[in-house]
Write a protein that binds this ligand. Structure first.
Ligand code: PGA
Length: 259
């Protein structure tokens, strides 16, 4: 990470875990046992139904609440969906967009990802845009081409001004939920390449100040080595964010690293 130019962001992604009552208990503990974090921002992306409890309990703390998805339309006949404006109204600050589980299990195309980016930005939310290859793509040697494509498609029409609010998460699909973390070098290599792609799309200034997270089996034991990489500026943490002690450990390491 390079703290001179960009913020370190540790974000938990709970996926479909925890009830509102469990969220309340977690948030209370998180708030009371959070280290004095000055050097990293913390985000907790919870299921929709947990948002009110998380926002209420984490108010006046250094933890921002995020959602894991949204619909691209401002409103309309979309049974079961939730708009960016609805999230913003609940005081949600971040939203994960293009997670590989959404892309593969729910058929989200690059076009949908792009529409969601625009919806999130228009509502004042900060998108955490996920990109990443599967194992076959890595074996075939097309990782960087694929990610360049995913990035270009997701960011089509996003202005340099709005780009300041975008966080990128490099999440190799083969590393998600498998315990098979990418090596720090693998993560660093792709995150550097992503910064190079952003440079081409938006110029050096924006590329330098964009936070690029790594996600995929991040835990308290590997976060420090991952963050030692120049272009890895944080973590998107699934499984390990469900356990309060573990999550706090990760935050502590991210807050200290490099100093
Ligand atoms: P994991 O999930 O930490 O359980 O691998 C990461 C993610 O999918 O964001």
């Amino acid at each position: 990470m390079n703290r001179k130019y960009r913020k370190t962001i540790v974000a938990g992604n709970w996926k479909m875990h925890k009830t509102p009552a469990e969220t309340k208990a977690f948030a209370e503990r998180l708030k009371s046992s959070l280290p004095r974090v000055k050097r990293c921002s913390i985000v907790l992306c919870v299921p929709y139904v947990d948002i009110p409890a998380a926002v209420k309990l984490l108010k006046d703390s250094r933890v921002a609440v995020g959602a894991q998805n949204l619909h691209w339309a401002p409103n309309g006949a979309y049974t079961g969906e939730v708009s960016a404006e609805m999230l913003a109204d609940l005081d949600v600050k971040y939203v994960i967009i293009g997670h590989s589980e959404r892309r593969t299990l729910f058929g989200e195309s690059d076009l949908i990802v792009n529409k969601k980016m625009h919806a999130a930005l228009a509502a004042g939310l900060r998108p955490i845009l996920c990109v990443g290859e599967d194992w076959d793509q890595r074996q075939l040697g097309v990782t960087l081409e694929l990610i360049a494509y995913q990035l270009k498609a997701a960011l089509a029409g996003v202005s340099p001004e709005d780009m300041r609010r975008v966080v990128i998460a490099y999440e190799p699909i083969w590393a998600i939920g498998t315990g098979n973390t990418a090596t720090p070098e693998q993560a660093g290599e792709v995150c550097s390449a992503i910064r190079g792609m952003l440079r081409k799309l938006y110029g050096a200034r924006i590329a330098r100040s964009t936070t690029i997270q790594y996600g995929g089996s991040v835990n308290a034991a590997n976060i420090e080595d991952l963050l030692d990489q120049e272009d890895v500026d944080g973590g998107l943490v699934g499984t390990a964010s469900l356990d309060i002690a573990h999550f706090i450990e990760i935050i502590r390491s991210a807050n200290q690293d490099g100093y």
